[in-house]
Design a binder for this molecule. Sequence first.
Ligand code: ADP
Ligand code: LRH
Length: 507
Amino acid sequence: MKQTPCVLAFDLGASSGRALIGEIVMDESGGPSQLRITEVHRFPNNAIQIGNHLHWDTPLLLQEIKNGILKAFQAGFEPESCAIDTWGVDFGLLDRNGELLGIPYHYRDHQTEGLVEEVSAFIGAERLFRESGLQFMPFNTLYQLYAMKKAGSPKLDLAETLLLTPDLFNYFLTGRKACEFSMATTTQLYDPGVGEWNTSLMEELGLPTSMFLEPVQPGTVIGELTDALCSELGVAKMKVIAVASHDTESAAAAVPASTSSYAYLVSGTWSLLGTAMTSPILDPAAMEYQFSNEGGADGTYHLLKNIMGLWIVQECKRKWEQQGTRHSFGDLVDLAEAAAPFHCLIDPDNLGFMNPDDMPEAIRSYCRETGQHVPLTVGEIIRCILESLALRYRQVLEQAEELTGSLFEGLHMVGGGIQNELLCRFTANALGRPVWTGPVEASAIGNMLVQLETCGHIGDLQDGIELVKSSFPINTYAPESQQEWSEAYARYMQIVKTPVQSKVNAN
Ligand code: ADP
Ligand code: LRH
């Protein structure tokens, strides 16, 4: 049995989930000196199409969480607590007996298409933003519930409780229902200015108002593993803690910044570019640029923007695999590096890239429509995506500076996407500023920090950041080839303004 204090973090991303143990390594005086992480389980997370809808495989994900608990004990750890963070916005509905009503929808399901425009026209975009502080992403919980209402879903009539994904898994583990704050702020139904659920908005949209629980702050102990689960797995009891259960906010809590004002990019399936704030920015400028104010680990707000991210690469990879050619992420990066620079550029946030059947074809068609070179080879396509993402990061970083009045020295990048060193290099070049990368497992680490604070092993999150700095390497990418990248940025800004067939260009 290991003697050092340890906790178990589950980080469920849209492409994969993992279970990691975090152990505090003590120095000679008995104080915490390092955080040692051990991956005990990793599993793919695949969406599943059932009839007309795209769903998460929730039962399988629960099984993988159980496998993670079991593997942690089999490896000799006895964690004091565990916690789950996942992607935002999605939810399960429970009936009055506490049973799950149907299989939770995946946020890329097509049911919400066109609803951003419809709800904005009905409620008024300014009011909607002022009362939610959230980017109008078509998959926000609000639009999903509105789609169910429009479809006359009986599940809405039967639902007694709505649990966002991490809260749903916490419920399966403990039998306790709770709603964690950072997740609540991803719904577009929580008013950050008032600090309450927006029941009048729900009523006006014809949505039930009684299924939302009062949010609890990150660091709340939800309960313990149920007796039934402990005997099913043959493991000891442990606490289940609500951390910043939104993966983006768990990652933001682990950014090893040394200054009070800094910008970060959480790079995974999505790219989330933002900065920590003391209060939300709800003014029209933030709406114009379509930024979100999302609740963070310490109860404050983060101003950030969703950028389509490495989803575009994942989907090209999947399509090529379907057509019989398998590439690793590393192979794709090598092929992109060998391709010619700046042949063509895309607006990564064009909605045409949200969930097309054929991503490489969606890219070719965008380039055709905007009168550019049409990329044909794998290397050309991936290079186009990576260069475009880097240029988009510059655009969004400058918008964040304008909204906050800050000048950021550089950009901290964390998450699985930093393993793509070409993207990190391109980002430093596009920004003309340094990029600092690490750690890769930022969401799991931020998750651990809140658990360690709750269990009394670190004083506060700032102590946690010091642990991160002393435990994980940070790589620096200095900007190069400035002339070339400035010219490319000017071209990019022209291209993103070109209207493209029926899909909305991003702000
Ligand atoms: P999520 O949490 O959203 O599932 P991750 O943080 O795990 O995402 O990041 C996944 C992304 O990281 C992939 O889409 C891929 O582009 C990138 N990635 C992972 N491994 C590598 C690698 N070895 N080389 C380059 N990119 C990688
Ligand atoms: C990233 C993320 C992002 C959300 C999206 C649904 O994993 O949580 O912050 O907007 O998934």
